[in-house]
Design a protein around this ligand. Structure first.
Ligand code: AHM
Ligand code: MG
Length: 337
């Protein structure tokens, strides 16, 4: 291999456009380029956050009553600007905005896609220098091009996603995405400022040895989840138990680790979070698309996440995702107990 045999994100997108399906037209590729650009800009901001005064809370609360950190706001603005300027997106929904943002200019009005995102997920980890992420999801609009986007464009089932992915701002920065033809991961090489293909066609193990859940809430969990946690902790050398408990509290990081190593991530419903905590549209659906494309599963404990019919922009859902055999096992426990 020569030192030039590196596939950058942009090359990969172009190659996919030539080789793949109907979705990969010029506009679609252009949109993915812009995701990459916004990711590099937000990465820059995340990296310098400790040096300048953008850590900590910005004094506002978001629509769900949570403290908004300065970096959340910065990431939100950069992504909105980048996706608007690509000209392929007519409206954006974000965890940080109560309603969706509609672009009024002619180019945007005629655009084909809507974009949903959690611009900076895992916000409790920002000010302690622990990995955080951006999650995004792209749909074709339902309303006709040229008209104003409506809520209907956003309340589509996850099965309608045309692309989804995340950016993990970790010890390295990675962009992982799918357009429904497998999952590919790109690592940012800071010396050349490019995302380079590092994880081609990621397949997650069918079985894993990691379980990720906030066990502090154990007492309030559904009985099936409690029983499953006990199962994970029992000793059984044949099934490599006890499993390891790993929980960062940052969905992108927890999911990414389990995707590569094999494991399960659970955020169930419980007394303090009667419908779970994570949001269906811009957290669970994109992660579910990636999980399935990598051979894993994502459910709400009963039903496939991507088949749920959304009823509101910020709706929450219980979330079980990861290695197939592990998700099936916990689902059986939920049925049984
Ligand atoms: P956020 O969108 O406010 O950052 O919250 C989402 C995060 C996820 O990244 C993570 O999985 C979860 O909240 C952790 O919640 P908890 O602290 O309740 O375990
Ligand atoms: Mg979030």
């Amino acid at each position: 291999m020569t030192k030039f045999e590196v596939t950058t994100l942009n090359e990969f997108i172009l190659k996919s456009q030539m080789e793949l399906d109907y979705k990969a037209d010029g506009g679609f590729s252009h949109m993915l380029h812009h995701v990459g650009t916004a990711a590099r800009i937000v990465n820059r901001e995340v990296n310098k956050a400790g040096l300048v005064d953008i850590l900590g809370e910005a004094g506002n609360t978001n629509v769900q009553g949570e403290d908004q950190k300065k970096l959340d706001i910065i990431a939100n603005e950069y992504f909105i600007d980048a996706m608007h300027s690509c000209g392929e997106i007519c409206a954006i929904a974000s965890e940080e905005n109560e309603s969706f943002v509609f672009f009024d200019d002619e180019i945007a009005k005629n655009a084909k896609y809507v974009f949903m995102m959690d611009p900076l997920d895992g916000s409790s980890n920002i000010d302690v220098n622990v990995s955080i992420g951006t999650i995004f999801s792209i749909y074709k609009r339902i309303t006709p091009e040229g008209s104003k986007a409506t809520m209907e464009d956003f309340l589509q089932r996850g099965t309608e996603q045309v692309a989804a992915g995340y950016i993990l701002y970790g010890s390295s920065t990675m962009l992982v995405y799918t357009t429904g033809n497998g999952v590919n991961g790109f690592t940012l090489d800071p010396s050349i400022g490019e995302f380079c293909l590092s994880h081609q066609l990621i397949k997650t193990p069918e079985d894993g040895t990691i379980y990720s859940i906030n066990e502090g809430n154990y007492k309030k969990f559904p009985k099936g989840v409690k029983k499953y946690i006990k199962f994970c902790q029992e000793r059984d050398s044949k099934s490599h138990r006890p499993y390891s408990s790993r929980y960062i509290g940052s969905l992108v990081s927890d999911f990414h680790r389990n995707l590569l190593k094999g494991g399960i991530f659970i955020y169930p419903e419980f007394e303090n979070a009667p419908t779970g905590k994570l949001r269906l549209l811009y957290e669970c659906n994109p992660i579910a698309f990636l999980a399935e494309q990598a051979g894993g599963m994502a459910t709400n404990g009963e039903q496939r996440i991507m088949e749920l019919k959304p009823s509101s922009l910020h709706q929450r859902t219980p979330f079980y995702t990861g290695s197939k055999n592990m998700v099936e096992k916990v689902e059986n426990y939920l049925k049984k107990y």
